[in-house]
Write a protein that binds this ligand. Sequence first.
Ligand code: NBP
Length: 470
Amino acid sequence: MQLGLIGLGTMGANLARNAARNGADVFVFNRTSEKTDAFIKDYAKEGSLEAVYSLAGLCKTLKSPRVIILMVKAGDAVNACISEVLPHLSKGDILIDGGNSHYRHTERRQEELEQKGIHLLGMGISGGEVGALEGPSMMPGGDKSAYEKIEPLFIKMAADDGSASLTTGGAGGKCFTYVGPGGSGHYVKMVHNGIEYGIMQLIAEAYHVLKVEGGLSNEDLGKIFAEWSASDDLRSFLMEITAKVFKKKESGKFVLDQIKDAAGQKGTGKWTTDAAMEYGVAVPTITAAVDARIMSSTKEFRVMRSGIAPVSVEEDSLPKEVLPDIVRSALELSIINTYAQGMQMLSVANAKEDWQMQTSEVARIWRGGCIIRSAILEHYQKAFEGDKAASEHLRERCSGDRQLEWRHVVALGAERGIPLPAMSASLSYYDSYRSAWLPQNLVQAQRDFFGAHGYEKLDEEGNFHTNWNL
Ligand code: NBP
């Protein structure tokens, strides 16, 4: 199969090599031609990789129906590339946007391109540099017949999902499947990134408690995280890399200790929160993670106010030696509840947009190659396939002593003035959804009091109003 690839950044270059290694004839184009030359010099020997120096030339070289993947920065760069390549395309050609485009932008572009007979697949790709080369998780959405044309190549390029023994159907065994029509592929990638934000923040909070309250060194933390990341319950890519981060030294110093405590963002976390609001889904852990990055970025302001000591509980409320174990529970249960928020975002959008998406398949293709791959996802996949034992397993993990330990850690943060926004949000999420009664009867009453918004009653249908001042 021939593949045209536009954009030789980190992801594009590695994906081009991956495609060539899997037997494709790949024609690469980059706006800055020096990058194309350097790429060909370094990698042409790996497979059928050829440079082209104009988009007209790219389209002339490729046979119809052409398949061209865009691996450029989301936003204006995607618009610019589409406008430039469009005059050289023919009916039936397939464009794949493999970047992190917003799913609504993808839908708009699909509509415009379909009028010209061009299919646009919005395909989220996760796995970073190594994943792009060795096997990413890919989440394509759009026209089904276009998907079927690209499947034979991309399925070979994708990561294994670790579930070869399961009857998954479709593209079982590989982290690649047809997600659904329209912008569903990019929506799924956005939710993936939202979950990624949540888990990264939760791991950072576990670090905060263990470092500040437990007094653990980077060496201790490296050992603890390596042990946790090898366990059945916390095994995941993000835990593995965290263990390595704690151990990494340069010039005899821990790299982590040299890094500024202020995290930036490219926007996919905020997009997830925005979309969750639009669909009426609560994703408090993901929102807390976005907020935490925003607050971290105000370093100067925080330093200025750091003289304000908390009025905190002085005595040790928990023996230090039990801290790693209880933090482990808090982390695991908070993560379980973050995936739950993401899965709910998939289910609600799926129903509202009528994407006919198999949410269990999304959990499956997240099990390998991507940044949020983890052992927990096997249970989510099975639970969404209807396996009651898997649902029960997730419920059971959040019960008993582990739940108590989760509460202890969140309480400890509050007592000692250690901010744990994502862990607290996960616990509140869990508690809200296990509460048969919530105090929103009072909120209804207040709304009716000041705005005559009316309220619903427990025992009678309809909208009621009370004159509260009489
Ligand atoms: P970047 O997001 O850094 O984009 C760099 C590429 O975009 C270069 O090839 C650059 O060409 C090209 N480009 C730009 Br910028 N503006 C352009 C324009 N107006 N016309 C043509 N080309 C233009 O690269 P990346 O990190 O490889 O990511 C590619 C996509 O994949 C992005 O959407 C990203 O969000 C997504 N993604 C990245 C990762 C990751 O780990 N990096 C992971 C998952 C998804 P130039 O060389 O001439 O400047």
